[in-house]
Design a binder for this molecule. Structure first.
Ligand code: SAH
Ligand code: AVI
Length: 331
């Protein structure tokens, strides 16, 4: 139900815990019975997963966060000038650490600043709320716990608005998800509304693979945590000590692919469905993709959906880019 499942207060429990459990079990069952097997990446982000992701962003090998932060620090004032006062709606905000740079720039200009972070993780919205209260007390905070698409019906009422989708989280969408996302976005945003998109760019395999195989093993723990969550929430009975994290760059598809490989066979129970899936030793279960982008291709793609590329900000090495877009379509 669009909009209806949102909880503005991250402290309260969702009324429909049983429904959520059933959704999780069903999503896991669909992926685990598919060939090859996969799991939806949104379930990586429970409270432990959100904390592990924050830890990933601090690893020396994980360059995207600090590269994007530097780009935003340099570009924030110009972005504010180009958009004028807008409501900032952030998809998959996490703890809003980088967004803080934009909130500072918007806060320096006259007018009220309204910030609507949307994240499936309660813990992320709670962390975002704490950060904004501490660092930007004048910003009106209207955080929402929910999936991206649950805020789409509300986008029009926030116009003039800018949607933020940072961290290259768009890269976690496959081709079909991406297509549906941009089609919906151009329809739902008003004409002239803005979109700020952070994307990780194609680069040498070594750099990419190191970012997803940090020496401290934090990304491996992040992958393993998905199965820890399944044990806790679905009673899956997985031996998580047998999981090996595998992350490799697929050249032709320009994407990092992340898998869990079990050293021993597993019987994975999916509690509420009464279903058990047998997984052989050494089988791969895909937990995430992280697509990497080529700027010229991406800008042409976005234009097809009716987004004008107003400005591209990047770093000296051209490792990451932040694109300011304007919706030509909409209503
Ligand atoms: N934007 C932040 C965080 C990126 S991590 C940054 O750039 O560092 C991805 C975030 O998206 C996580 O906080 C996760 O909880 C959230 N997320 C993942 N899938 C989601 C979905 N389908 N709907 C809403 N939020 C989602
Ligand atoms: C959130 N997202 C953009 C991260 C990425 O780089 O694809 C998720 C991640 N997974 C492992 N490391 C980081």
């Amino acid at each position: 139900m669009p909009g209806g499942r949102f909880r503005a207060d991250p402290g309260s429990r969702r009324a429909s815990a049983a429904t959520e459990q059933l959704e999780f079990a069903t999503a896991a069952a669909i992926g685990l019975t598919d060939t090859p097997r996969w799991l939806p990446c949104q379930y990586l982000y429970d409270a432990a997963g959100s904390a592990l992701f924050d830890e990933i962003t601090r690893q020396p090998e994980y360059y995207p966060t600090r590269t994007e932060a530097a780009i935003l620090r340099a570009a924030a004032a110009e972005i504010r000038e180009r958009t004028g006062p807008v409501t900032l709606i952030e998809l998959g905000s996490g703890s809003s650490e980088k967004t803080s740079l934009l909130l500072s720039a918007y806060g320096e200009a006259p007018g009220e600043v309204r910030y609507v972070p949307v994240d499936v993780s309660d813990a992320a919205i709670a962390a975002s709320r704490r950060r904004v209260a501490a660092d930007h007390p004048d910003v009106e905070f209207a955080g929402l716990v929910g999936r991206y698409e649950e805020v789409f019906p509300q986008l029009r009422e926030h116009s003039p608005a800018m949607v933020l989708f940072l961290g290259s989280t768009i890269g976690n969408f496959n081709h079909g998800e991406s297509l549906r996302f941009w089609r919906t976005m151009s329809r739902r945003l008003a004409t002239g509304d803005h979109f700020l998109l952070g994307v990780d760019l194609v680069k040498e395999r070594e750099v990419l693979e190191a970012a997803y195989n940090d020496a401290a093993g934090v990304t491996a723990r992040f992958t393993r945590n998905l199965f820890v969550r399944m044990n806790r929430e679905l009673g899956s009975g997985i031996d998580v000590t047998q999981i090996k994290h595998v992350a490799r760059y697929h050249d032709a598809w320009q994407r990092i692919e992340i898998f869990a490989r079990f050293r021993t066979a597993q019987e994975i129970a999916l509690g509420p469905l009464g279903l058990t899936v047998h997984v052989d030793a050494d089988e791969l279960i895909m937990t995430e993709i992280s697509r990497k982008f080529v700027l010229e291709h991406l800008t042409a793609y976005l234009e097809v959906f009716g987004f004008e590329v107003v400005r591209v900000f990047t770093d000296d090495r051209q490792w990451f880019a932040v694109l300011l877009l304007r919706n030509r379509r909409g209503h």
